[in-house]
Design a binder for this molecule. Sequence first.
Ligand code: UD1
Length: 344
Amino acid sequence: MKGKILVTGGTGYIGSHTVVELQNSGYEVVIVDNLSNSNADVVDNIEKVSGIRPAFEMVDCLDFNGMNAVFDKHPGIKAIIHFAASKAVGESVQKPLLYYRNNLVSLVNVLELMPMHKVEGIVFSSSCTVYGQPDILPVTEEAPIKKAESPYGNTKQINEEIIHDTVASGSPISAILLRYFNPIGAHPTALLGELPNGVPQNLVPFLTQTAMGIREELSVFGDDYDTPDGSCIRDFINVVDLAKAHVIAIDRILESKQLEPVEVFNIGTGRGLSVLELIKGFEESTGVKLNYKIVGRRAGDIEKVWANPDKANNVLGWTAKETIEDTLRSAWNWQLKLRERGIQ
Ligand code: UD1
């Protein structure tokens, strides 16, 4: 056993895939999740995939005493991966204080508790949203941070600053900030995937639900952008590839390989794909025809963004491996499995 890792938000979409990869690599995992956007049966499915049942504590990261009790109950936690956060961009505009409280106070609690329990490091879920619309593409980690388009995006920027300030103040911890591009797809077993509450806001869950007939039609938000086909361009990263980046980051912290106490990495494929190309790719790789129409632009959308992942490739030794075809098929298989399970 390589050591004990606490994963907040470990029953969520990216969290659950990461728990499995940590277990596959020999780590013992303790999950903390308040189940506000996930289900307890994810723990069963993690066990089905990895053969190991992770410890699970239903605690809200806002609850300082509750979190303290988790560390007491599971002594020897070496590092934390902090996923727990609210992540709906539109909702954050409606309920900014909810987002500031959830996303900022959770991190502050975790950072305060780490030295108290001798936790060495933290891997933080950041986002390419911190770059806004980059001036130079593909975007590197050196690109300037632009003013956030939403309270959600702002919480990611502020959280990065909170971590920098805490480490600079002499707190005996180190950190790796992973800036994710657009995670999509599901586990190849179709036992883990993305299960949004209500109407999905993100492209791929809406797309697979439309293909399933749960939604009538997918709206493509804008075809008049300055891109080859007029639709927005994103860097779609397979969720299992993304999960693996976390394991490498944890290894790096625990093996003291960091060059700086806070390191930042883009986690993307390096390839930009337009929304219309993604739809075409889905139809071609699954054989399922998709009902979609072009509508107006969505407020706050970035025109085009994709990663320069050289730093993650060269320094972490991580690369995105899965093809977009396999990734889209995995998203579809997950949707089929949800139907089979009577969930959607
Ligand atoms: C957004 C956030 C990102 C956040 C992620 C998590 C920004 C700039 N990006 O990503 O930081 O981590 O959500 O929720 O704030 N689209 C359609 N039809 C749909 C849905 C989406 O055409 O029904 C298009 C969008 O206009 C966009 C692309 O698909 O061009 C991707 O959208 P989405 O999946 O929502 O992700 P982002 O907005 O890129």
